[in-house]
Design a protein around this ligand. Sequence first.
Ligand code: SAH
Length: 246
Amino acid sequence: MILGLGPGDASLRTPQVTAALDEATDLVGYGPYIDRVALGRDAIRHGSDNREEIARARHALSLAAAGRCVAVVSSGDAGVFAMASAMFEAIEHGDPSWRALDVEVMPGISAMLAVAARLGAPLGHDFCVLSLSDNLKPWPLVLKRLRAAAGAGFAMALYNPVSRARPWQLGEALGLLRDFLPGTVPVVFATAISRPEERVVITTLAEAHSDQADMRTMVLIGTEATRLIPRPGNTPWVYAPRGAGS
Ligand code: SAH
């Protein structure tokens, strides 16, 4: 089973995933995600480093082939910059008998959906989703896609904006977007949404600075059509009108 745990809070985990976790004999995934899973019963936790996705996938498949009930977990949705792709790469290139395993992918609430719901409806019209990580794709390709998305008027949900190993990429991405979009376009830094340390910063492209993001942050780039509705004592609502675009 390949499961998405949702963005953080247990109430944002689907009942299907919760039931599957209770069945599992083995949990496989990035250590901190595995630690977050409270189980009604015991299971063996195989935590690993974030960068070891293929080794982790192969390990999970070997356990499943040996008859274990394995839950491979990701945060958010497992199909969004997470373990599901690594699992299918491992199946395609691995032991042919793995193709006969009973593999099921169960959806989760991806960070972009939790972030959008927290803000209002910033992704209510056409939008695109990019990872700023250049671990698995060349940085010039990231820039090319950002340029294309900005040129086409998409709102953007940017995953993996920064990490300790990638400190400068977000600053360069924001610089590129300033060449294509007005400085007034809303930008949101939404950190650790639905977790105790949740933080939301709403700013503009002109003012946005990469210091406002860390590994737990999703960066939303609005469009010229994005609207803000001020509210007393709270962050403004941010939404995309239905008729966006020109
Ligand atoms: N599969 C996950 C994404 C994993 S990539 C999903 O569908 O959500 C990790 C990136 O997701 C982080 O760098 C951050 O950009 C984003 N992210 C994950 N959880 C988040 C949260 N609670 N709040 C804001 N962004 C989050």
